[in-house]
Design a protein around this ligand. Structure first.
Ligand SMILES: Cc1cc2nc3c(=O)[nH]c(=O)nc-3n(C[C@H](O)[C@H](O)[C@H](O)COP(=O)(O)OP(=O)(O)OC[C@H]3O[C@@H](n4cnc5c(N)ncnc54)[C@H](O)[C@@H]3O)c2cc1C
Length: 429
């Protein structure tokens, strides 16, 4: 195992084992200049870099480990519309932002579809997703979403599913209904992240890996420093999400790392795949502490859930998740678990992603609170717009007053964990 703060290779996930292209960008050495320097090559950093490169900026992307090493290369691969905290943004700004929120709700999906096609990124992108309800309250929320989609003439296939159809789609009797949506879907997230980085590189973005940024020097031309080099830029973008501790004076006490975990079974027989997921959709339940799962391209069950908000990883991911998977799918009781892994998501107390600026020229975007594939791509575009002087969406986020939990990260994580115990109790009731 690498020593703390030493650059690391990818975690032992199913995605790392099946990645289509291993990256090997150089370590940052010597002094460099660019218009924009981005710290962190997950979806936030890579999507922002690609948008800026498409717009003609010179960009340097500095990653502590490997492109997609963090949550972006480890997640459930569920491409789900929406940004966490939308209802709070709607409440804060009222009617005037309804259309903007609806546009942002889907914008990340559109960006990803466009890029996969434009840059020929092979990331197993597949349409099809169902939100499933376990109780009447969940179904009321899904009905409200459905009615909103109808009102908005949502142009892709979507429909409410009753208990019978939900049982057919999910192969389990666990759920009382669902909302099927063919614009959401699923993909191989590490391949998407690496593919987008390759596209940005092709447009001139300089990428450095295995280069943890240790310091930011403020000024009219801020500078990031690593052990062996530095980058001076007009603008810096911090995209380290739950994995970075830079700028503590501004950012500590605002985002809390929570663990989320996934197991992958051995490839299942065609017959079992047909029983449990005949439409090959991603499935996510409506609980606060969600179960989320899908089949991989090679027919494995990728089952995720049971977030840990206290900051401590479970002793055995397999023993934590497999019983829940088997409760839903008893036929998987003997399926071998071949991969187990976890990653960190950034939680913000009010769930609204933390987008802001320090000294006008150091931007940050983090804390997607569970969502992320869509939200990071929306955030990348919002930050690129703001750097270009279009501030409307960025301002919507920057003006939000976030709760800062004092007394350090440990205390903050215990507060978040306590809050989640409340939600878990609600799920169970
Ligand atoms: C197990 C799991 C399952 C999930 N499932 C889903 C899902 O199915 N659908 C969904 O939409 N979202 C999901 N999410 C959430 C989603 O993955 C994240 O919100 C999203 O990937 C965040 O992207 P990011 O680029 O901001 O952060 P990350 O992907 O975590 O990237 C941050 C990067 O910054 C780098 N970094 C940190 N500090 C420094 C430094 N000092 N110098 C240089 N580099 C640095 C890190 O090495 C890392 O590569 C899941 C998350 C996890 C952990």
């Amino acid at each position: 195992m690498a020593a703390p703060n030493q650059p690391q290779e990818h975690t032992g996930s199913y995605y790392a084992a099946t990645v289509s292209e291993k990256t090997d960008y150089p370590v940052l050495e010597g002094d460099h200049q660019a218009d924009i320097c981005i710290v962190g090559a997950g979806f936030t950093g890579v999507a922002t870099a690609l948008t800026l490169a498409e717009r003609g900026y010179s960009v340097i992307l500095v990653e502590a480990n490997r492109v997609g090493w963090g949550a972006s290369g480890r997640n459930g691969g569920q491409l789900i519309c929406g940004i966490s905290g939308e209802s709070k943004l709607a409440k804060r700004y009222g009617e005037s932002v309804t259309d903007t929120l609806w546009e942002m709700h889907w914008r990340g999906n559109d960006i990803i579809h466009e890029r996969v096609e434009q840059y020929a990124i092979d990331c197993e992108l597949k349409n099809g997703y169902i939100d499933v309800g376990l109780k009447a309250r969940h179904m009321r929320d899904l009905e409200a979403d459905f009615e909103n989609m109808q009102r908005r003439n949502f142009p892709y296939e979507f429909r409410m599913t009753d208990r019978e159809e939900t049982r057919h789609i999910t192969g389990t009797d666990m759920y009382i209904g669902g909302l099927l949506n063919m614009r959401n879907g699923h993909l191989h997230p590490l391949n998407l992240c690496i593919g987008e980085a390759r596209a940005a590189h092709g447009l001139g973005t300089r990428i450095f890996e295995q280069s943890p940024v240790t310091e930011i020097v403020h000024g009219a031309k801020p500078r990031v420093r690593t052990a062996k080099g530095s980058v001076e830029a007009d603008t810096i973008v911090l995209a380290g999400n739950a994995y970075h501790a830079l700028e503590p004076g501004h950012l500590s006490g605002l985002t809390f790392p929570a663990g989320s975990y996934i197991i992958a079974t051995e490839p299942l027989s065609e017959e079992v795949q047909q029983q449990i997921n005949p439409l090959d959709v991603a499935i996510c339940d409506m609980n606060e502490v969600v179960d989320y799962y899908r089949l991989s391209a090679d027919g494995r069950m990728l089952f995720g859930g049971r977030c840990n908000y206290s900051g401590r990883d479970p002793r055995s991911i397999k023993r934590t998740l497999a019983p829940r998977m088997v409760e839903i799918y008893p036929q998987l009781k003997d399926a071998r678990i071949e991969y187990e892994w976890g990653g960190k998501i950034g939680i913000v107390i009010n769930r609204i992603p933390l987008l802001g600026r320090i000294d006008k020229n150091i931007f940050y975007s983090q804390g997607y609170s569970g969502h992320g594939i869509n939200a990071t791509h929306v955030a990348g575009e919002i930050i690129a717009d703001a750097i270009g002087g279009t501030m409307e969406k960025f301002d919507m986020f920057e003006r939000i007053r976030h709760i800062r939990i004092p007394l350090g990260q440990w205390f903050g994580n215990q507060m978040v964990a306590l809050g989640m115990i409340y939600y878990r109790m609600r799920d169970l009731m």
